[in-house]
Design a protein around this ligand. Structure first.
Ligand SMILES: *Cc1c(COP(=O)(O)O)cnc(C)c1O
Length: 389
């Protein structure tokens, strides 16, 4: 039997044709397909500006640079995330301070964040990096209010949450990562995410000055825009105005992304269907299932389907090993960022009760739009067998 991974892409014939048509055209990079992909993403998200880059990590790095993160700054970060959410702050030489997660949503605990900020001197922190973990849309409207009280910027790492929505205080559904409440939101198009470019990322913002900075930093900090130039020498002239990078995405990858976007709603529906089947069929097991459905103001995007095992007898590892022996490749998301050796060497051994408890028990079951019904039934049946042993 073919192993069942926790996540993977689907590629159709029309995806392949879209890529081939760019390969036969004039622009492999810096061409019109990049603009088209950005415009389609901005429209889907209800966002003002979307800047496509090489990957989600590059988008996070550019976001931190555009917000002016520098040595000496202190930034509050959720520890339950992929390391890149914290690393982007370190790339700029600034320091990361972790705040524990909410035991129900596994996202940054906004109550604890509020308490920490209330207890600290004004000006201690510069900003916040929060994640829509697993695809659960964190209440960024509330986070915006907290941040505004303390003059902080917000980066929303929405890499898990393409298509997730939350109900704002005006009773309107808002897409996660729309840039409406965060200063900059970030997506990834790695193949395990909702849509695949192979490698790809996006930075989203409502602010035109941040949009200008993101675009300039994406391509070496060089501008050809006459209204931004210090001097004018002729048609060839361009200026490097800040120390940027080459984080450009290619037209080839954007063609794949655009083609994948056509199935986005269908894929999201499929992910929610898979979650419903897990919920119905695993209800009788000792596993604690995601409870976002009970939350009437959140529409989960299910990048991951995380269940919690019991804390006795190392149950998580036993279930992981049992599934693996039966060709089901579940995964653990994530080792808390502060427990990676790099961060331990930097900041010492740290512990956060909810995040440590979460890590000791969490397991991500297979969740991707191409997961076949029979494969999911096999996963469920294998889990049930484990608990019957
Ligand atoms: C995938 C991911 C990233 C990094 O994206 P890449 O495209 O792999 O660089 C950052 N943050 C989170 C939460 C992610 O899941």
């Amino acid at each position: 039997m073919k192993p069942i991974p926790y996540g993977r892409q689907t590629i159709t014939d029309s995806d392949k044709e879209a890529v081939l048509s760019v390969l036969g055209g004039d622009f492999l990079t810096q061409g019109p397909t990049v603009d088209e992909f950005e415009a389609a993403m901005a429209q889907y998200l209800g966002a003002s500006h979307a800047v496509a880059v090489t990957n989600g990590t590059a988008a996070l790095h550019l976001a931190a640079l555009a917000l002016g993160v520098k040595p000496g700054d202190r930034v509050l970060v959720t520890p339950n995330t992929f390391v890149a959410s914290a690393n982007c702050i370190r790339y700029c030489g600034a320091d990361v301070e972790f705040v524990d997660i909410d035991a129900k949503t596994y996202c940054l605990d906004l109550d604890q964040l509020e308490k920490k900020l209330a207890a600290s001197k004004s000006g201690t922190y510069r900003g916040i990096v929060a994640v829509d973990f697993a695809g659960y849309p964190l209440d960024f409207e509330r986070l915006r209010n907290i941040a505004d009280q303390h003059g902080l910027w917000i980066i929303e790492d929405s890499c898990h949450a393409l298509g997730a929505e939350f109900l704002d205080s005006k009773q309107q559904w808002r897409k996660a990562g729309s840039g409406r409440f965060a200063d900059i939101a970030v997506f990834s198009f790695h193949p395990v995410k909702h849509i695949a470019c192979g490698e790809g990322g996006l930075a989203v913002t409502a602010k035109s000055d941040l949009n200008d900075r993101l675009r300039s930093l994406r391509t070496h900090g060089i501008t050809r825009d006459p209204k931004l130039m210090h001097e004018a020498h002729g048609g060839w002239y361009m200026e490097m105005q800040s120390l940027g990078f080459n984080y450009r995405i290619s037209d080839i990858l954007c063609a794949l992304g655009l083609s994948q976007m056509k199935r986005m709603d269908e894929n999201l529906r499929r992910r929610r269907e898979i979650a419903q089947v897990y919920r119905d069929e695993l209800a009788g097991t000792p596993l604690v299932l995601p409870n976002a459905e009970a939350d009437s103001r959140a529409r989960h995007a299910y990048h991951l389907y995380v269940v919690m095992c019991g804390n006795q007898n190392n149950q998580r590892k036993q279930l992981y090993d049992f599934l693996r022996a039966n060709d089901v490749y579940a995964q653990v998301h994530y080792l808390p960022v502060y427990r990676h050796p790099y961060y331990q060497e930097l900041y010492g051994k740290q512990s956060f009760a909810a995040c440590d408890n979460y890590y000791s028990r969490c397991l991500s079951l297979p969740m991707y739009h191409g997961l076949e019904h029979a494969s999911q039934e096999y996963v469920i049946e294998t889990i049930k067998r484990f608990f019957k042993k």
